[in-house]
Design a protein around this ligand. Structure first.
Ligand code: THG
Length: 367
């Protein structure tokens, strides 16, 4: 494949120097920023993630900050998830939808105080939507993208590594909660979250200047834990059923189609944009939904376009992510499947670039 030309539009991150020194082999572009996708091989990275601990440059998970008296009101306008019970110290996975109920993003919301929130975005220009809503409704709130870059520490030894840098109390942070921890005299939000099912943390690094010092501190502290630079892993995240915005869903999909209905409280999320549209889809139910799918045969090629899915020659959906899983010894995939064929055990055919493959709808990979 051809190289990508670096330029100012394709933003580097506070950790890019460390990522390059660690020998990054491939990047993707995410929120107009570099996101590493491979260090050794995707399979070697996968094995290491599941056995040890990795430090991930996920600065591309940009923060949209809401600040001001109307911040909480704006946050609730943006998502159908009911935020009334959410306290400072909590993070929520929140679908964001447009006026038709179409998915615009699937970020993590971080509540700092009643009038200060971060929206840790997936790959779409959410800042523009949020600014538009804030201005259109004349809300008393500042919306911007501060100099905050998440650094993830993921893998079974994440607690051990984090304890060495931030102290043993990081171990008591609960899932999707955060605490404030000092590094070089600066208070940083440290949450137990991240884009893997191996466990771990995300450090919201405030101020680019401490990016490399923190990166280096983690690698020095983790030397005898076999710490390595890593990145969201294309195999592990499919096994884990973690969705990728722009790949597994777009603004053509409702949260219910994405299996995110459990994060929608459309009845009680008063004031949320898209509420009327979602009340309709919640009542009728989706006619297609995201499913884990196992694809027969040896390793499939990379999935860089939707692969049509058929049953008895009739189109019933598409596969949008797929990879060979060394642990499950099958190809794991995520696809959108019509209601008539979405039950676990249903046999399908997937049109891959290598030809037709048999496939089976799964209950889940991670059980
Ligand atoms: N962390 C942070 N920001 C992010 C991501 C992240 N922004 C971009 C992208 N990832 C947003 N998408 C997701 C998708 C899944 C999850 C988080 C962000 C996730 N899901 C868990 C699951 O589905 O099992 C838990 C959801 C829950 O129970 O609340 O973690 O990774 N900062």
């Amino acid at each position: 494949m051809a190289l990508i030309s670096p330029s100012r539009r394709l933003r580097r991150t506070p950790f890019s120097d460390g990522v390059e020194a660690a020998g990054v082999k491939a990047y993707t572009v995410y929120n107009r920023m570099l996101l590493p996708t491979m260090f050794e091989t995707v399979q070697a990275d996968y094995r290491h993630l599941k056995d040890h601990v990795q430090v991930w440059d996920v600065a591309c998970e940009r923060q949209v900050e809401l600040r001001g008296p109307d911040a909480a009101r704006l946050m609730q306008m943006l998502t159908p998830r009911d935020l009334r019970g959410m306290l400072p110290g909590q993070c929520y996975y929140v679908p964001i939808v447009d006026e038709t109920g179409g998915m615009l993003n699937d970020p993590v919301a971080v509540k700092l105080t009643e009038d200060r929130w971060w929206i840790s975005i997936a790959d779409s220009d959410l800042l523009l939507w949020v600014k538009g809503v804030a201005n259109g409704y004349r809300l008393d709130v500042l919306v911007d993208e501060p100099d905050i870059s998440p650094l993830a520490v993921q893998g079974p030894k994440a607690d051990d590594l984090m304890e060495r840098v931030f102290g043993e109390s990081v171990r008591s942070i609960r899932f999707f909660r955060y605490g404030l921890y000092q590094f070089e005299g600066r208070d940083l939000v440290v949450a137990r979250s991240g884009y893997s099912k191996q466990g771990g943390f995300e450090i919201y690094v405030e101020g680019s200047d401490i990016g490399m010092p923190l990166w280096n501190a983690l690698f020095e502290a983790g030397e005898n834990l076999n710490v390595r630079a890593g990145c969201p892993n294309g195999i592990e995240r499919v096994e884990a059923g973690l969705l990728s915005y722009g790949n597994d869903m777009t603004d053509d999909n409702t949260p219910h189609e994405c299996g995110l209905g459990r994060f929608c409280d459309t009845q009680t999320a008063i004031g949320c944009i898209g509420r009327d549209a979602l009340l309709r889809v919640a009542k009728e139910g989706p006619v297609q939904q995201v499913r884990p799918i196992a694809i027969d045969g040896d390793a499939v090629p990379g999935c860089d376009r939707a692969w049509p899915v058929f049953a008895k020659g009739k189109r019933v959906g598409q596969v949008t992510s797929a990879a060979w899983s060394p642990d499950f010894k099958t190809n794991v995939a995520i696809g959108m499947v019509r209601m008539t064929h979405w039950d676990a055990g249903t046999r399908l055919e997937v049109e891959t670039p290598d030809g037709m493959r048999g496939a089976t709808v799964q209950e889940a990979f991670w059980l």
